[in-house]
Design a protein around this ligand. Structure first.
Ligand SMILES: Nc1ncnc2c1ncn2[C@@H]1O[C@H](COP(=O)(O)OP(=O)(O)OP(=O)(O)O)[C@@H](O)[C@H]1O
Length: 276
């Protein structure tokens, strides 16, 4: 059962006291994080703070030393094999750089999760692949192309179509707009927001893209000092007294993307957005 918090939001991902390390090096130390149904959570932090490690740990691609991870009300560690498989089908992942299989066409890439988890006739899988392509704004003729024949933006969309193959509840996006030009990135952000609105998706998005954070994320979590330093709205970021957070959200780079709607209150702050 998914836990409900006081204000009735449903927690779909709950991480408690999570510790992850490699050898002597602790990367995440007793980290806590909640994600609520239907939100787009933007996850930021300086380079090397452990954003990818956290995402990979949540997806069980990396082991953790202690702590608990509950996804959609289930705990992988105590779940039966059947429950784990059922849970896997409710998660979609878009890895950095798309990570499509280069020897497979777009259609075959989208059908991979269907082949792994469902027993469907080829004709139905073909139909579904075209539906997913349309969802992400790709033309039908992209289906038979190979990744090498696609632009960077099309690869991201094809990878998103694959992440949506099993109609997931929760999708993990690792830097989905990296490598896209600003217009392509803004279009991709708009697509993610549309899919959240139409499909009711919950989105966990690791990003360095301030435009994405300012335009489509409902909440933001900042990773630092091996834990979530602060989570909340953009306003909470503006108000949080930490040099990196202040530099990131009030620095020069941030000021170039703020709009009247999300303007931070005037305050003498650092002048540079800092390295991400
Ligand atoms: N398999 C691994 N073995 C050893 N150390 C690792 C491994 N994976 C990650 N690390 C270390 O964990 C730390 C966090 O890495 P991670 O890739 O999660 O950072 P990040 O916040 O995603 O960085 P970036 O924004 O640059 O992608 C780094 O110091 C990295 O070297």
């Amino acid at each position: 059962m998914e836990r409900k918090v006081q204000d009735d939001r449903q927690v779909v991902l709950s991480v408690r006291d999570l510790t992850v390390g490699f050898g002597d090096k602790i990367v995440l130390d007793k980290l806590n994080l909640d994600i609520y149904r239907g939100e787009i959570l933007g996850f930021v932090g300086a380079s090397g703070t452990g954003k990818s490690v956290l995402m990979r740990t949540v997806l069980r691609l990396l082991p953790h030393r202690s702590g608990t991870i509950e996804i959609l009300g289930a705990n992988y560690e105590t779940a039966s094999d059947e429950e784990r498989i059922a849970l896997d089908t409710r998660l979609g992942v878009l890895f950095q750089h798309g990570a499509l299989f280069s020897a497979l066409t777009v259609k075959e890439n989208i059908q991979l999760p269907m082949r792994e988890y469902l027993d469907l006739p080829q004709s139905l899988m073909d139909e579904l692949a075209y539906v997913k392509l349309e969802m992400v704004g790709l033309p039908p003729d992209a289906a038979d192309k190979y990744p090498s024949e696609l632009s960077g933006g099309m690869i991201k969309r094809a990878a998103l179509a694959r992440a949506l193959a099993l109609d997931p509840d929760l999708v993990f996006l690792d830097e989905p707009t990296s490598g896209l030009d600003p217009i392509g990135a803004a279009d991709f952000d708009a697509l993610i927001a549309k899919l959240r609105d139409t499909l009711g998706l919950t989105v966990y998005m690791v990003t360095h893209d301030l435009d994405s954070l300012f335009s489509v994320c409902d909440r933001i979590a900042v990773l630092g000092e091996k834990r979530v330093l602060v989570e909340g709205t953009l306003q909470d970021m503006f108000d949080f007294d930490d040099p990196w957070v202040q530099s990131y959200f009030r620095g020069k780079r941030a000021r170039s993307v703020v709009t009247n709607e999300n303007q931070p209150p005037a305050k003498a702050g650092p002048t540079d957005a800092g390295k991400t």
